[in-house]
Each structure stands twice: as C-alpha cells, then as structure tokens.
Design a protein around this ligand. Structure first.
Ligand SMILES: Nc1ncnc2c1ncn2[C@@H]1O[C@H](COP(=O)(O)OP(=O)(O)O)[C@@H](O)[C@H]1O
Ligand SMILES: [Mg+2]
Length: 348
C-alpha cells in the first residue's frame, strides 16, 4: 500500500491544483461524473485502529486499485490522524472512507464530524447516520418508534448484573442472540439455545468495548440489501454452509452461497423498500448496506445498517452491484460520486 506523507504530497497537490479550495466546481447534485479529474485528489482512508482493521485494509486496497484503474488520482491513507493531517495541509479534495468500526474507527461519526469541520466532502453517511447506525440499540429504538420491524431486544449496558441478564432472557426467550451493541463483522456474536451457553456468550460479547444486547433469534433466511445514492440494489440471500453468517463465513470460507437477487417479484420489492426506509430512518446517505432476517412466515426483521460496508473480494455490495450490471471499479466510482451530494449541502 502506498502511504501519503504530508511533506511529500503537498507540492504534488499544489502542482495539480486540487486542494480543497481549488477542487473543480461540483457538478449538479446526483449527476454523473465523466472525467476522473473532477474528483480532484482523493484520499482512500483505510486501516485505522478498530477491531476491523484488517478487513478495512483489504477493502481499501481494492477500492484504491479500482479508482486508479479508472484514472482517479487516489492515494491510500492509514487511519484518521494521518488523514486529518493531510486534509488540513490541503492535500485532498475529497475522501473515500473505507474505515470500518467505532471508537475512532471511522464509521461512527467522529471522522465525519472532523471532515465536516474542515469542509472536505466524503463518501457515506454523515455524523448522525454514522453514529446512529453504529449504535445497534439506538438504531432499533428509532425503528421501533417508526414501527419498522426489528427483533425484540434488551440492551445490556456494560456491567449488567447476572440477575438482570436472567431477567432479559425471560423477556427475549430462547433461542436468542447475544452481541456487542457497537461492533461489526459478527465479532462477539453468539447464538444461544439454552441456559448452559448463556454465560459464555455474554463473556465473549464483553470482550469488546461498549454495551451488549440480547435479541430474539430469527430463524429463517438472511438477506442484505445495498443502497447506492437513492438506488436500492438487488437483495442478496446469504446461505452459509455453517450455522450462521459468522466471521469465518464472512471473510474466510469459500463455501457460503450468495443468491442475488435473493427474492423475486413483490417480496423482493418489499424487502428493498423496507431497507431504504430503515436507511432513511437513521439519517443515512450516500451508500450503505442493510442486514435483514426473513422468518419462515416471510416477515422481514431489520438487524442493522452498515455505513461503510466491506469492499473485499468476499464482500456483499460488490456482488449486488454486479447483479445490477456494475463492475467493481464502476461501483467504486459511483460511491465516490455520492460525495458530491454532501458537498452541495448534505444529504437529502
Ligand atoms: N436476531 C438475529 N437472528 C438471527 N440471526 C442473527 C440475529 N442477529 C444477528 N444474527 C446473525 O449474526 C450476524 C451478525 O449480526 P449483525 O447484527 O448483522 O452484526 P454485525 O454484522 O455488525 O456483527 C448476522 O449476519 C446474522 O447471521
Ligand atoms: Mg451485519
């Protein structure tokens, strides 16, 4: 990976005249960009310090190569401090954010606020959409308020005593899911079918920062729906070989099946419409991916929104884009285009 160092790139950006103050005038909102130079100098920020660092590096390398292959003046930056230094020094006209995770991981609104304050456009959701999506508990409260379907759940703040955990089990009932309320990539997620597995599941989820949540386990099929601008891409039905879509199935195993579109006709249209409503409800914009379970009765249950979804060779958004006739490089280009909507006064 090529890293941009402040001292090395400053002159370059001057020569090219693409610092933030000199970027080409933004084209009209949601219009297509045809000339790579209109993007200016682009930072692809990846890596960082979250639990999902490795996944982010994989995604970032893919995005970087794809943008370069389309003639975009794109450069890798590892993590937020290096990015902010470079942006403040005027090296970049916009940011493709492919950091994953919270706590300065880049997906939780912190980076978004910093970039807003520096008036530098970026891909993906803004402060609110990023922060709310990262907090699975509060996202579900919003969906509940709007009567959008999401599995029953009980938040378990850090340090919840064993008696309260038992009480939560009585409310949620077996089988259930225990997960960290603010992580991703299925880390710390356990399915619990009986009392004997409860303590282990709680202990595992507690290894990650932040609170936990306990949620009704939905038995059925798993779907994910990618959103790009205002377009909803075909759904993907994920059929893991093992029990569920765990970290191994997501990033390592080669035997998970992906069926895209995941449904047809009215059920597919209904699933896509629900995903867009869930995305909008959390104030998300640009692009993202909504995870949904569908039970045996054909009812959809919202799990979460990912505001900087994976872009590795195993990732889902590229699969959905391919089904919509878009190759990986075109997808990266289209995601980068959505940064212009933000430049023009924020998401609709
Ligand atoms: N309520 C649930 N019912 C059934 N499976 C679930 C449920 N919640 C999570 N899962 C499974 O765990 C995986 C990870 O959970 P998710 O909420 O999407 O968190 P993340 O992807 O951020 O780790 C899902 O892709 C799904 O396979
Ligand atoms: Mg998920």
């Amino acid at each position: 990976m090529t890293m941009v160092h402040s001292h090395a790139s400053k002159a370059g950006s001057r020569e090219q005249g693409v610092g933030p103050s000199r970027a080409s005038p933004a084209p009209s909102s949601r219009s297509r960009i045809t000339d790579a130079r209109d993007f200016g100098r682009v930072a692809v920020v990846m890596g960082g310090s979250s639990a999902e660092r490795e996944v982010s590096l994989n995604s970032g390398r893919g995005v970087l190569e794809a943008l370069k292959s389309r003639g975009v003046d794109a450069h890798a930056i590892d993590g937020i401090p290096a990015l902010l230094d470079a942006v403040r020094a005027g090296h970049f006209a916009r940011v493709f954010n492919i950091l994953h995770g919270q706590h300065g991981g880049g997906e939780d609104g912190v980076l978004q606020g910093a970039l807003d304050s520096l008036h530098v456009p970026y891909t993906g959701s803004g402060v609110l959409g990023s922060a709310l999506s990262m907090d699975k508990v509060r996202a579900k409260w919003v969906w509940n308020a709007l009567e959008l379907p999401t599995p029953a759940f009980i938040p378990l703040p850090r340090g919840t005593d064993p008696a309260s955990i038992r009480e939560a089990v009585r409310v949620v009932g077996y089988p259930l899911i225990v997960k960290p309320a603010n992580e991703g990539s299925s880390v710390g997620v356990s399915r619990v079918f009986a009392e004997k597995d409860l303590d282990g599941a709680v202990a595992l989820a507690q290894r990650y920062p932040g609170g936990l949540m306990m949620e009704t386990l939905v038995r059925g099929d798993e779907f994910t729906v990618a959103i790009l601008g205002r377009e909803v891409l075909p759904s993907i039905r994920i059929v893991p070989k093992g029990e569920y879509y765990d970290y191994n199935a997501k990033y390592i195993a080669e035997d998970t099946q992906y069926i895209c579109p995941g449904l047809e006709g009215a059920p597919e249209a209904g699933l896509r419409a629900l995903a867009l409503r869930a995305f909008d409800a959390l104030g998300c914009s640009g692009w993202g991916r909504v995870d949904v379970m569908r039970d045996a009765q054909g009812r959809n249950w919202l799990l979460e929104v990912n505001t900087a979804p994976g872009m590795t060779s195993h990732s889902l958004v590229p699969k959905a884009a391919a089904a919509a006739g878009m190759d990986y490089a075109e997808l990266c280009w289209r995601v980068l285009e959505t940064s212009f909507d933000r430049e023009q006064g924020g998401p609709a």
